[in-house]
Structures are given as C-alpha cells and as structure tokens.
Design a protein around this ligand. Structure first.
Ligand code: MG
Length: 423
C-alpha cells in the first residue's frame, strides 16, 4: 500500500487547494436558500436552530434524513412555526422502510422526493433556487450530494469530511468546473479558514490540527483492549452522533481530518501536524511562511462554524457561552500517541499512498464502526480490521464516481469478511 509512488506523484500534481483562500466568495441575496442534508443529525439540527433564530435571513428549500422521520416531522413543525412565510421544504428520506412510513404521514407525503440515496442528489437538484447546501450526512453517502452541489455551482457548507476522504479529487474537479465553493463546517478546518481569512495560499506553510485526545487519552495500551462501548461513546468535550464519537475515540476522526485538510487547503501531508490539546479550546492553528502562528479559540459550539460557513465567512452574533480565558487559565499540548492510536497512522499512510487508498481506509472504518455499535467486535479490533483491509486491497486510480463507489464496495466487502471472522 505505502509503495504507491506513481499515485503519490499524481496526488501531489493534483493537490491544488479546494478552499477559496484569497478568492472572492459567492454572494447571494437574502433570504439565503438552504438545503440541509442530514437534518436530524447534530449538524442538521443546529443548522435549523440557526435558521429559526433568523427567519428573515434564511429559507430552507429541501432537507433530508436517513431513518428518523418522526424527528424530521418535528423539525418541520418547528420550522413552520418560526418561519410562517416560507414554503414547506422538499423532503428526502433515504432509508427504504422509513420512506414508506413517511409516505403515510400527512405532514411529509406531499413533499417527499424519490427513493434511496438518489433522493439526496434530488434534494440538491430539485429546488428552483439553491444558494447553500449544508452537508451533514454521515459517511461516504455524503459524496454524491456534494458532487451534485458542486455541479450546481453553489456554496457547500461541508460537515461531511468523507466527501473529501473518498472523493477529494472528484469534488475538486466539479468545484473548479462549475464555480462552486466549499466552506468547511468541521470545527478544526473552520478554525483554519478563520485564520486564513484575507490571506493567500503562498503565505501558508503548515497546518496544525488539534485533537481532544478522546476518552482514552490516558488509558494504557493493555486496558484499551477491554474498553466498553459505553466508554467509547463518552466523549470528553464534544457532543456528537455515534459514528463520529467512535472515530474520535480511535482518533480515526483526526486521521480523516488530516486527509480533509490536505484536500481543502492543498497542503502536503508532511506539513499537516496533529497536536493533542485536551481542553479543546484551540480549534486549530495555521503556521505562515514567516513562522507566525494563528489560532482560533472558542467554546465547543458547532453553531459557530456552521453559521460562519453558511454566511460566507462572516462572524455573526451568536447566543451561547463565551470562552473565559481566566477560567481556562493555561493551555496544554501533547504529542499524539501513534502506538496506542494506530488509526491516526493508518489514515496518514493512506493519504500518502493516494489514489483509492483513502476510500479503502474509509470503507473499512465505516464497516468496523458499525460492527462495534452492533456489539459484534471490540474497540481494539477497529484498527486491526482497517489495517488488514488496507494491506489486502490494491491501490488504484480514481477517475470517476463509479470508480470511487467500486473501491468503496470492495473495501466494505473485505472489511465485512474480517468482521465475520472476528465476531
Ligand atoms: Mg472536527
């Protein structure tokens, strides 16, 4: 896997920045028309809260959920109460059984889009007018709607890091071809974007991603073999969905964020570092060519990066806590432990190998995380599964969405086989 030199060169040749650093952002008239994908997840719900607090500035034209249709109906009710002048948005439900339920619900049936994952693409394409697509879908399923949004030439507020891990080069191609823009919602990448405001790419030298270290920062290697799912899901600083919470415990989340940062900011992997920062006060650093380090600090509130992205990088008023530096007192940093958290190294290696390797990494991880959440495997099996799949699957080039989906499917099959053996 790590010997993919030709692919590595290809990757370097293509490593132009995706993020519009130093470029003029798209501007839209108010109200901003939003598509909210993953509307019942953590990012989606908080986006809808921002909309409800600013009913004259935003209008939701489509939203999606996977299976939680009752929660989606609840969100629609809240939205209608807060924004009585806005028409009811179109609704995509991707889970087959949940869509059948939704088709029998009076509040949803009239607005329901088509079946399966294609409904996510439809949610982006069907509204008459779209300005911003907020992608809060979990996993590789977020790639196709990101590509559809890029083809529509709109602003993409991206929380779905897998879009870039699985299809970074494909997304870049569509963004450039259609004049779309991608603004990060992931808190670390938003922090970097905030530090890069008004700068140009030639000023940027290095990125430093901060990591909370997760719930097992202080757990020794022997005890990691016996941690429970409950302990895995108990994140010290951020309150998120189960998939990203597991990824935060294995540090795979930080690994995926290295790959995301590489694609977003066009910085080679050897200039993207990770620093464990247990307080999570500093959301990341940017180092400039003269050695100047800029950081963005704040409370762990995802509404800030969400509204910074959807508003086109403007700091808007936000109710909620403020970071009290006197209470914080001091900031501490530690070196990440690649031995106890092998997922971090596996992600870096896959990024360096380029081509399909990051798709394989992500597919294997998604299968392993699902298996952990279903109590089929142990926490410590996750890196084993990913490592085995990375070592058995060959690395190829990814020129199209079908290529990406094929590598994703092969990785999942291989990972399922390893899960079946371990379970
Ligand atoms: Mg993050």
């Amino acid at each position: 896997l790590i010997e993919g030199t030709a692919l590595n060169n290809l990757d370097k040749a293509q490593s132009a920045s995706l993020y519009p650093c130093g470029r003029e952002l798209l501007s839209f008239p108010e109200p901003l028309k939003l598509v909210v994908l993953g509307a019942t997840g953590s990012i989606g719900r908080q986006t809808l809260e921002i909309v409800r607090e600013n009913p004259n500035r935003f209008q939701v034209v489509a939203l999606s959920c996977h299976g939680r249709v009752l929660e989606l109906e609840h969100e629609l009710t809240l939205l209608a109460a807060a924004c009585p002048d806005s028409p009811t948005p179109l609704v995509a439900v991707t889970d087959a059984a949940a869509r059948i339920t939704a088709s029998g619900m009076t509040g949803l049936s009239k607005y329901l889009l088509g079946h399966g994952p294609a409904a996510l693409v439809e949610a982006v394409e069907a509204p008459d007018e779209v300005h911003v697509v907020v992608n809060g879908v979990v996993g590789a399923a977020g790639l196709e709607p990101t590509l559809a949004a890029a083809r529509r030439g709109v602003r993409i507020a991206l929380a779905n890091k897998e879009s870039l891990v699985v299809g970074g080069d494909l997304v870049r191609r569509e963004i450039l071809a259609h004049g779309a823009e991608i603004l990060p919602v992931d808190s670390e990448h938003s922090a970097m974007a905030q530090c890069l405001s008004g700068r140009t790419e030639s000023e940027l030298h290095r990125l430093i991603l901060t990591a909370s270290g997760g719930p097992f920062r202080l757990t020794n290697a022997a005890d990691l073999a016996n941690v429970t799912l409950e302990e895995v899901l108990n994140h010290p600083t951020w309150n998120m969905g189960p998939k990203i919470t597991v990824d935060s415990a294995t540090l795979m989340n930080k690994g995926l964020e290295i790959i995301e940062a590489h694609h977003l900011f066009g910085v080679p992997y050897d200039r993207i570092d990770v620093l464990v920062h247990p307080g999570s006060y500093v959301h990341s650093f940017v180092e400039f060519v003269d050695g100047a380090l800029l950081a963005q600090l704040g409370t762990p509130d995802m509404k800030l990066p969400i509204q910074y992205a959807i508003n086109g990088e403007k700091h808007w008023p936000l109710s909620g806590g403020r970071l009290d530096l006197l209470q914080v007192g001091s900031l501490s940093f530690e070196k990440p432990d690649y031995e106890r958290f092998p997922c971090l190294g596996l992600a870096r290696q896959a990024g360096l190998a380029g081509g399909s390797a990051t798709i394989t990494l992500n597919g294997a991880n998604e299968v392993a995380v699902a298996a952990l959440l279903e109590h089929k495997i142990r926490y410590s099996d996750i890196p084993r599964i990913i490592e085995e799949v990375l070592s058995t699957e060959s690395v190829g080039t990814v020129d199209s969405l079908p290529d990406a989906l094929e590598f994703d499917s092969l990785a999942r099959q291989a990972a399922e086989a390893v899960v079946a053996r371990l379970a």
